[in-house]
Design a protein around this ligand. Structure first.
Ligand code: MG
Ligand code: ZN
Length: 215
């Protein structure tokens, strides 16, 4: 039966995710699984974050994309360790893919590992990879009905970053509605409004990270 098969796949994934967690714990790495729709600005936010924090926090990155190594090349310029996972069609990262690249990262030298998942609002939320927290990006150029349309992303995340707030004057995106709908799905969700482009709000995102890294 199909439902049983899906359940088995997720259970097998969770076991590997747990092994990944042990490796991260042993190396004292805080791990973020970053998710969003394509084009929400994950890579740009990451570049800006690394630029601002890399003297303070030892950051490593895993880039997930269906095709191309473009995003990893952008991160490589910042000088932090990065590996690319090209999923060759798969629309999410899973725990086994992450385990497959851990040997390519200098784990003992990393305090914060950011995993940029494949741009997709559905299954990335279903597959644990061994992360400490899921962080979701929703940009002001997307529909403000997404919390209600893709509730799992919002219920699984610890933090929602509302990105591209510099573009709010040009869109119909209703932040109050997004906040209300998101919190109705996940009352414990932290929500921070940012623009990775202008830098607005980024200090609060850094504060959120530093709190978790206990800096
Ligand atoms: Mg990207
Ligand atoms: Zn998928």
């Amino acid at each position: 039966m199909k439902i049983k098969l899906v359940k088995n796949i997720l259970e097998a994934n969770d076991r590997i995710a747990e092994e990944n967690r042990k490796i991260f714990y042993k190396n004292q790495i805080f791990v973020i699984n970053m998710m969003s729709a394509p084009g929400a600005g994950k890579t740009t936010l990451l570049e800006k974050t690394i630029f601002d924090l890399k003297d303070k926090i030892k950051i490593g990155v895993i880039e997930g994309d269906i095709a191309t190594t473009r995003d990893a090349e952008k991160i490589e310029v910042t000088g932090v360790p990065v590996v690319q996972i090209t999923t060759d069609g798969a629309c999410h990262l899973d725990a086994n893919m992450i385990r497959g690249v851990l040997d390519d990262l200098p784990l003992s030298e990393i305090d914060l590992l950011i995993i940029e998942n494949v741009g997709n609002l559905v299954c990335p939320a279903e597959f644990k990879v061994g992360e400490d927290a899921k962080v979701m990006l929703l940009s002001a150029t997307e529909g403000d009905d997404k919390p209600l349309k893709y509730p799992l992303m919002f219920s699984e995340s610890s933090l929602l970053l509302i990105n591209k707030i510099d573009l709010l004057p040009y869109t119909d995106f209703n932040i109050a509605k997004v906040r209300k709908d998101s919190l109705s799905i996940n009352p414990g969700l932290d929500i921070i409004e940012v623009s990775a482009k202008t830098g607005e709000g980024m200090e609060r995102w850094y504060g959120w990270l530093e709190e978790r890294l206990s800096i």
